[in-house]
Design a protein around this ligand. Sequence first.
Ligand SMILES: CCCCC/C=C\C/C=C\C/C=C/C(=O)SCCNC(=O)CCNC(=O)[C@H](O)C(C)(C)COP(=O)(O)OP(=O)(O)OC[C@H]1O[C@@H](n2cnc3c(N)ncnc32)[C@H](O)[C@@H]1OP(=O)(O)O
Length: 355
Amino acid sequence: MSSTVDSPISSSKIQIHQLDRLAPRSAFLLFYAGHPPHQTMISSLSARHIARIARQQPLRLFSSQDSLVVTNVHEESGVAVLAMNRPPANSLSLELNEAISTSLKQIESNPKIQSVILASSNPTIFSAGLDITELISPSDERLPKFWNSLQQVYIDLYGSRLATVAAIQGHAPAAGCMLALACDYRIMHGGHGEEHLPTIGFNETQLGIAAPPWMGQLMVRTIGFRPAERALALGTLFPPSEALNAGVVDDVITEQSSSESNEVLKALLPEALQSQTSNPVMIKAYEEAACYAKIPPQARVASKLVTRSESLKEMQMTREDDTQHFCGFITHEVVQKNLMKYVEKMKQRGKAKKS
Ligand SMILES: CCCCC/C=C\C/C=C\C/C=C/C(=O)SCCNC(=O)CCNC(=O)[C@H](O)C(C)(C)COP(=O)(O)OP(=O)(O)OC[C@H]1O[C@@H](n2cnc3c(N)ncnc32)[C@H](O)[C@@H]1OP(=O)(O)O
């Protein structure tokens, strides 16, 4: 038996072949059909259940509005998109970190996909870094779990078999910058006039904390020892042209979106990103991702291992110590005070902006 399901989140259709007999592979099947499912929702539905609903009515696998991450794959070009979707700022909570890791693994499990674009559904913020509210008066149970989920995102992105391209539409401070630096290629939007320049960098010292060694080393490996040493100490947030000069990003796009939407992007982008089909950062990110996807994968992955395996091994070896340091540091009275002050300032700024 074969049936077709219209998905409310895209115009494409999911072919369901003899779904009743494919119980353990149902999530896979849907994923291969171009609809990477939201992990928790899919795992709570049995294949039999899905097949029954599919015969009766359009199947709502997940709503793009309440998914922390939205994804889509384009098998023809071997490119996928994974976009963070946690309003208002894509700040990294435990749940967002887990969603990024899970979705990346799902995309990796499709052998037809060779590249992924890491993007944001927010046109002005790539990611605001760690969700600072996770750091204030945290519970003993959640804090290490939270930090572990961030370490895991780094390991998954930095060590991915996929070529990873960061489409940085807007701000990317601290752990937001880490996400971008863990990718293979970074394209940043040049901003809309001098007053609205997005920035990228490790600004931790400005918050009274220091980037952990693996994050600091990521910057060192990206821009070199001396510039990284200075940027880390000062907590420098680079505007686009400075980020390009320093090598924090590989490309800066200054042109405005055209009125014509790009046909491949229409097929590639998840619904939450359909407004970005004429966005020059997305277009460039797709071109770059498609270019990587054409390289023989074994050779591409082997070359990535040459530059990344040592630091990944080191990360695995020091992971537990890193978690202990982080939890000890964050729960220190002085650090807590600094963080509270910082959040207070952030809220005041938000209020002032709204009034
Ligand atoms: C050896 C021992 C090692 C120990 C290591 C110890 C610690 C290391 C720690 C960690 C490394 C990583 C750290 C981090 O990532 S900390 C987070 C750093 N991020 C920031 O400082 C960014 C703060 N945000 C901003 O600057 C701005 O919001 C922005 C991103 C530039 C966007 O500006 P914009 O004007 O467009 O938006 P708003 O400012 O109005 O923000 C919208 C909305 O989002 C809320 N928000 C923003 N950022 C965060 C955040 N990081 N966490 C939680 N919430 C955030 C903001 O409050 C607004 O909310 P509102 O309710 O007012 O709408």
